[in-house]
Design a protein around this ligand. Structure first.
Ligand SMILES: NC(=O)C1=CN([C@@H]2O[C@H](COP(=O)(O)OP(=O)(O)OC[C@H]3O[C@@H](n4cnc5c(N)ncnc54)[C@H](OP(=O)(O)O)[C@@H]3O)[C@@H](O)[C@H]2O)[C@@H](O)CC1
Ligand SMILES: Nc1ncnc2c1ncn2[C@@H]1O[C@H](COP(=O)(O)OP(=O)(O)O)[C@@H](O)[C@H]1O
Ligand SMILES: [K+]
Length: 479
């Protein structure tokens, strides 16, 4: 049995525009006015701006809706704090609440047009969750010009131009330094391409009921300490299926990552033709000969074997995948598995008999599941439901979904991870967490976070080989 079940923690809710409006409506039903919510939002945003930037000449761009209303509150709060503030409006306020906020601003209101002069600090309060279509070309050009002229760009709720729920850029948003949102994060804060325009994200509480959502952003995981009397098998025994003699590196990377992620025992199941290559490179990882699907199944069926990683540089070994799945123990399916089951998600689903995590990148995802419609979150949720297992779709905005509807985005990563072999390391980390007894969804979430943290520590010059060696520091800092 693995050590007492480790915990993961810190998932924070992400809400769609409709869920945000429902939270707002619930607060209003409790007796809070919409204007009170706007005042809280605007003041919280002004405080966040003051905390972020030194006082500077500021231009607040106000749109016609309540995002613009927030803008007027912010302008007043900054002016009261002594900041030199100008306001430029796209159009008169179109809601009662925004009008009330606009009336509170007693300074001049410029018309936002091509003559509007830039300022050092630009506040984009044009559109938030109410954006329904691209900004017109003229407005986009004005926004871009003012953005270029500013030293600091701040988005209120969302950079104007991004679609709240799927992270699309309907028109080019400002590349913001700071984004202040209210109550809970929205998908666009984490999903690309929108996420690249968000900068530092501050979620300001405005007194709404806690958001509950099936979609979360992954926080720092927490693990229970090892039992004092643990032994190597209780920490988890991971098997990694090796590839042919000319492609042995990927499985070794996964094996090393599994070791460093905390597995007490890692075995590389190598074809006999690749034994020498593997033996020359491995020390603590145990090497075992496994040529046939039966060999794989037998090794995994051993009572101590906790999880198996299969796919990295596996080669055309569909029967090994089938044999491994028949055992019903936890598996990580990666890389070549998606080629072996191209366009056959239904066939793969029938074979999955135990807990499983699939870790495709975009190309592999399409190879297995086809071109699914919807946002990245919707596509991964649909894939998880279809395959009956956890699916982790890699990328700068890794999305993980379970067949029961849970979904999460990992935003804790680094573009330094875009290096060959980095995905093999991720598969090994998740294998270790499965062998340690984590539920597959939590193993995938925590694995993505740990992998991302290692990537952040590695930074420029990182190669996949470095990642396992960074994990001890990652794990040490979790406490
Ligand atoms: N929910 C909450 O709890 C709280 C919400 N708060 C704040 O309210 C914001 C949501 O406000 P909102 O609903 O008024 O929408 P908003 O984003 O201002 O845009 C709507 C306006 O823009 C227009 N419009 C849309 N697209 C357009 C385009 N491309 N080009 C031109 N026009 C376009 C659209 O017109 P229409 O589409 O009807 O023609 C409408 O007039 C939210 O993001 C947050 O900042 C906070 O105050 C605190 C509590
Ligand atoms: N721009 C990026 N920002 C953050 N993480 C990234 C980025 N690009 C790739 N990654 C991560 O790096 C890993 C790459 O995996 P993969 O494409 O399978 O590589 P390989 O097959 O070479 O091992 C994934 O975990 C992915 O999420
Ligand atoms: K905005």
């Amino acid at each position: 049995m693995p050590d007492s079940s480790p915990l993961t923690g810190g998932h924070r809710p992400i809400v769609t525009a409709a869920e945000m409006r429902a939270l707002e409506a619930a607060a209003i039903a409790q007796g809070v006015s919409e204007f009170e919510l706007m005042a809280r939002a605007g003041h919280a945003a002004a405080r966040a701006i003051i905390a972020y930037a030194a006082p500077a000449d500021t231009l607040v761009l106000c749109g016609p809706g309540n995002n613009g209303g927030d803008g007027y509150v912010i302008a007043l709060a900054l002016a009261e704090a002594g900041w030199p503030v100008r306001v430029a409006a796209l159009a008169p306020s179109g809601t009662d609440t925004a009008r009330q906020a606009a009336e509170g601003w007693t300074g001049p209101v410029e018309t936002l047009d091509k003559a509007t002069a830039p300022a050092s600090l630009l506040v984009d309060a044009l559109f938030g969750i109410g954006l329904t279509r691209p900004l017109d070309g003229r407005l986009s050009a004005i926004l871009a010009r003012l953005g270029e002229g500013a030293g600091t760009r701040v988005a209120i709720d969302l950079p104007s131009g991004v679609a709240t729920d799927d992270g699309a850029c309907l028109s080019p948003p400002l590349a913001c330094d700071l984004c202040i949102s209210f109550g809970a994060a929205k998908p666009a804060h984490y999903l690309h391409p929108a996420a690249a325009h968000v900068g530092r994200l501050v979620i300001a509480p405005i007194g709404l009921a806690p958001a509950h959502s099936d979609l979360t952003v992954i926080g720092k995981p927490r693990f229970a300490a090892l039992d004092a009397d643990t032994h190597k098998y209780r920490r988890g025994h991971v098997l990694v299926v090796g590839g042919p003699a000319h492609a042995t590196g990927a499985a070794r990377l996964a094996a090393l990552a599994a070791q460093r992620a905390g597995a007490g025992y890692v075995t590389l199941l190598s074809p006999s033709a690749a034994l020498a290559a593997n033996a020359a490179q491995l020390t603590g990882v145990v090497l075992a000969e496994a040529d046939t699907p039966r060999d794989i199944a037998k090794a995994l069926a051993e009572p101590r074997a906790g999880a198996l990683v299969i796919g990295p540089a596996l080669g055309p070994e569909r029967h090994k995948v089938i044999a491994a799945l028949e055992v019903g123990k936890p598996v990580v399916l990666d890389a070549d598995v998606f080629t072996l089951f191209a366009n056959d998600a239904a066939g793969l689903a029938k074979l999955i008999a135990g807990p499983a995590v699939l870790t495709p990148h975009d190309g592999e995802f399409v190879r297995l599941f086809g071109d699914l419609p919807g946002s990245k979150v919707e596509r991964v949720c649909a894939a998880a439901a279809r395959i009956g297992a956890v699916v982790l779709l890699k990328g700068p905005d890794t999305v993980i979904a379970a067949p029961d509807g849970r979904a999460a985005i990992n935003a804790h990563a680094s573009s330094a991870l875009a290096t060959a072999g980095s995905g093999d390391v991720l598969a090994g980390i998740i294998g270790a967490l499965l062998a340690r007894g984590l539920d597959p969804f939590e193993a995938a979430c925590a694995g993505a976070w740990l992998h991302g943290d290692a990537g952040q520590r590695g930074g420029a010059g990182l190669i996949a080989e470095d990642l396992p060696g960074l994990l001890p520091a990652v794990l040490a800092d979790l406490a």
